[in-house]
Design a protein around this ligand. Structure first.
Ligand code: NAD
Ligand code: GLY
Length: 363
């Protein structure tokens, strides 16, 4: 098992990474103080993974309450939150209850927000089951639900007691979801660790085969990168954590334009990172060889490396509504070199429309 510490001054916590962690009462024991454990998961994952977690808690003498939500981003809502609150209040869960979020980023975000708000905050443990959740959403304490008027618009920063990432569960992950996680791993390397980029290039075949040992090492490396960023700017106020949004401004625009679900998030991030590297090249920061290297790595994991054939102006209109923007100026994360990202506010809407038209239509 590998362990990465998230070294926040007042609330440090470990990320344990390795095979067969879900059913381990030893892994769970240090993080549960009360007598009740609530496991929140979804209907796809319950038949696959609920039993070992339940059994591990029961072996520790805990009473277990199970809450199974429907599967999907469409259920990252206030209604799901209410379902969790109602079940917990109905079972008289007190403030010492530990909540376990067993699932991908959707379950982690909604259950994490329930933990942040139930009786003003109860302990919770992230048990991420997607590669994306293991390297990104379970680390760093962002929790949220969607509002009909915007994604992730209601939420809180709320750190877990621990993250227990079982690499064995990744075997059943659908190929597109696995690739989506690889997109975030490559993104972390592009932002601040060019050595990790070389490691990923070397390990493409082993990663594609979902080799346990390679996955645990790469997940740990990616978590170390994210944990370091979170330690330096937990609340995203210093312009450091915002760098984790490389590829996201273009990516969110693609997701919105295509309709949520047409592209999974990591696919849009991959195309967005390639666009960010092309723009960084146009601005004189990256070489053509750097862009080709970046593109090759995303493509090696079957990720899209081109924006879809849509009107550039439509993408820019979506980018104008990005949360990072200030005073109407579009804020992009670009690359000064491979392994070093920065926030760029130099691009006008007209520039970006011309740039995207060239990438999409070749004109
Ligand atoms: P997801 O949670 O929807 O999971 C993807 C699909 O894979 C689901 O159908 C799920 O049931 C299934 N699945 C999960 N684990 C599986 C397994 N081991 N085997 C088989 N199927 C499995 O999607 P995601 O990509 O994990 O998360 C996306 C969400 O994460 C979005 O809502 C996004 O906003 C959020 N997010 C949050 C943060 C953060 O910092 N909090 C960061 C990135 C993304
Ligand atoms: N996923 C970006 C962040 O956690 O800040």
């Amino acid at each position: 098992m590998q362990t990465v510490q998230v070294s926040l001054a007042d609330r440090p916590y470990p990320i344990h990474i390795g095979p067969e962690l879900l059913g381990s009462s030893d892994a769970l024991a240090p993080f549960i103080n009360g007598s009740v454990v609530v496991i929140v998961t979804n209907a796809t994952l319950a038949p696959l993974f609920l039993a070992p977690v339940r059994e591990a808690a029961i072996r520790l003498g805990k009473r277990v309450l199970e809450i199974v939500l429907p599967d999907g981003e469409a259920y990252k809502t206030a209604a799901s939150l209410d379902q969790i609150y109602a079940a917990m209040l109905g079972a008289n869960c007190d403030r010492k209850t530990t909540l376990i979020a067993l699932g991908g980023g959707v379950i982690g975000d909604v259950a994490g927000y329930a933990a942040a708000t139930y009786q003003r905050g109860i302990p919770f443990i992230q048990m991420p089951t997607t590669l994306l959740a293991q390297v990104d959403s379970s680390v760093g304490g962002k929790t949220a639900i969607n509002h009909p008027l915007g994604k992730n618009m209601i939420g809180a920063f709320y750190q877990p007691q621990a993250v227990l990432s079982d690499t064995s569960v990744l075997k059943s992950l659908p190929p597109r979801e696995f690739a989506a996680g690889m997109a975030e791993i490559i993104k972390h390397a592009l932002i601040c660790d060019v050595d990790h980029l070389a490691e990923l290039e070397r390990d493409v075949a082993k990663l594609q085969a979902r080799d346990d040992e390679t996955l645990a090492r790469v997940i740990a490396h990616s978590c170390r990168i994210k944990a370091d960023v979170v330690k330096r700017d937990e609340r995203e106020t210093l312009g450091i954590r915002a760098l984790l949004n490389l590829g996201h401004t273009f990516g969110h625009a693609i997701e919105t334009e295509m309709g949520y679900g047409a592209w999974v998030h990591g696919e849009a991030v991959a195309a967005g990172c390639v666009l960010a590297s092309q723009l960084s090249c146009q601005l004189g920061h990256l070489s053509v060889a750097d862009v080709e290297r970046t593109t090759r790595l995303f493509a090696a994991f079957n990720l899209p490396v081109k924006a879809p054939k849509v009107a550039a102006a439509k993408l820019v209109a979506h980018m104008q509504r990005d949360k990072k923007n200030e005073g109407g100026v579009i804020t992009l994360v670009l690359l000064r070199r491979l392994g070093e990202a920065y926030l760029d506010r130099s691009q006008t809407s007209a520039n970006l429309t011309a740039f995207l038209s060239k990438q999409i239509d070749g004109v």
